[in-house]
Design a protein around this ligand. Structure first.
Ligand code: PLP
Length: 461
């Protein structure tokens, strides 16, 4: 390690609770500071149900959130014709992945399944669950105040000309690297809200252009994601008709995401995939601030308890949630010399949501980091094997079992109770369907070049 890396290693070691300052974890810290892929397994979590009982939300909140989505089905079908087939449900399919080894180079016993949120309608990413939900919740609140609908009534009343004119007097603001802004921009502008999306410098130009085409006001900021969030908050702070959607601190986003767990449960049942004590579900979720993987983890734990194990995937430059969990203190990746520069723009987050950490810190089984280049290789292999198109962020989950494989006696050490053949692995693909062709071609080309370069090198050895 260079001198500066040693400095950050020492700083990170000092930030850890005493009981974590072990030789095993020192290896993890070194890998983190060197920006090498690593895995941190959270041990001593205790029973999921006990943890769930200690939280301020419970199964009822999950049901309330599911009921809101249901209330909106008719209105959403009217707003988005593409939802006609699903009767207004914004949902994605699951399907078998027959070629995990072709994707990653390692053999993985058990079932391998993709949860295809890369193709979620309306927004083309997992943000359709959280972002859309929070806009719907706010629209109901405002609509009730304005006398356009009753609590729990049919929100299609909000689609009238008069209601829309009323909603347009309200402002919604959000800070985003892209996908959240898009899901909120599309939904909020469809309902008539006056919408501003504050974006960071690493947000892709095409995302800004597309948002503007929906009539959304895009405000650009020179700082990172956190800076854009701050600016967005400031923009509506003093406005009584302004509402800020706070990606770092939103229970509505979290609950919107959590409903995915109920939907997945139904899909697994239809596919006759058993989840029980000897047939656990291992779920791999790309993580930014933690809202989407956190909400889904909480929902799944509420349904399956200890029979589901969730793992969060982050880029080596942005392991915000891993660091939050490792140190058990609020911190940023910058504190430890990690610059948060990653091609996985949906995961380019330097600081985890503290709200989400409070809710799921004791429910997530492990965290791993991924090298940007590997994301492009997986993107290419996935297209070749399954013909699905994802964005780099959405590839991160596939590397979970690869990290497991790098740990000596991983299964015996962490999951001695399971037979590997009986595990169902779910890889959550979180975005990609709305990426423009030319942009996707660039990702694909880059992945191809990386694969070819690696083949050439291995021939030389
Ligand atoms: C936002 C995003 C994530 C992560 O969600 P968080 O709520 O930020 O943790 C994962 N994948 C994609 C494609 C995203 O846009």
């Amino acid at each position: 390690m260079s001198n500066s890396d040693t400095k950050y290693f020492d700083k990170l070691l000092m930030a850890l609770p005493q009981h974590r300052q072990t030789s095993d974890l020192k290896i993890v810290l070194k890998q983190l500071c060197n920006k090498e892929p690593t895995i941190f397994m959270k041990e001593g979590l205790g029973s999921s149900n006990e943890v769930l009982d200690s939280l301020f939300i419970n199964q009822k909140d999950l049901d309330i959130a599911a009921a809101r989505w249901q209330r909106w089905q008719e209105a959403l079908t009217m707003l988005f014709p593409e939802l006609a087939d699903s009767q207004g449900l914004i949902e994605s399919p699951i399907f078998n992945l027959n070629s995990y080894q072709e994707l990653t180079g390692i053999n993985l016993p058990g079932k391998t399944i993709i949860k295809g949120d890369h193709a979620l309608p309306v927004a083309g990413s997992i943000k359709a669950r959280g972002g859309v939900y929070e806009v719907l919740a706010f629209a109901e609140k405002v609509g009730e105040q304005g006398g356009f609908m009753k609590a729990g009534g049919n929100p299609k009343a909000l689609l009238s000309k008069e209601a829309k004119a009323y909603l347009s007097t309200y402002k919604i603001a959000v800070g985003s690297t892209g996908n959240l802004g898009f899901s909120i921009g599309v939904m909020a502008s469809a309902l008539g809200f006056n919408t501003a999306v504050h974006m960071s410098q690493d947000a892709k130009q095409w995302k800004k252009t597309r948002l503007r085409s929906y009539g959304v006001n895009v405000v650009e900021h020179s700082g990172d994601f956190a800076a854009a969030v701050k600016a967005g908050r400031a923009a509506v702070e003093d406005d009584p008709k302004g509402y800020f959607i706070d990606d770092e601190d939103s229970l509505d986003l979290f609950l919107g995401y959590s409903v995915a767990a109920l939907r997945l449960q139904k899909q697994l049942e239809s596919a006759q995939i058993t989840v029980d004590e000897s047939h656990p579900l291992f779920v791999y979720l790309p993580c930014g601030v933690g809202g989407s993987p956190g909400g889904i983890t909480w929902g799944l734990k509420t349904i399956y308890g200890d029979n589901v194990k969730c793992f969060f995937a982050e880029p080596t430059a942005s392991p915000a949630f891993l660091l939050r969990s490792l140190t058990e203190k609020p911190c940023t990746t910058y504190d430890f010399g990690l610059n948060n520069r990653t091609e996985a723009d949906g995961l380019a987050v330097a600081q985890a949501s503290d709200l989400v950490y409070e809710l799921v810190g004791k429910l997530v089984s492990g965290y791993f980091t991924v090298d940007d280049n590997k994301l492009f290789e997986i993107l290419v292999n996935l297209k070749k094997e399954t013909d699905i198109k994802i964005e780099p962020s959405a590839a991160a989950g596939f590397l979970g079992p690869v990290r497991f494989n790098e740990v000596d006696k991983f299964w015996a050490k962490y999951f001695p109770q399971y037979q590997q053949e009986q595990v169902s692995h779910i890889f959550w693909t979180t975005g990609g369907a709305f990426v423009p062709e030319s942009e996707y071609d660039g990702f694909y080309q880059k992945g191809l070049e990386l694969i070819q370069a690696r083949r050439k090198n291995s021939r030389k050895d």
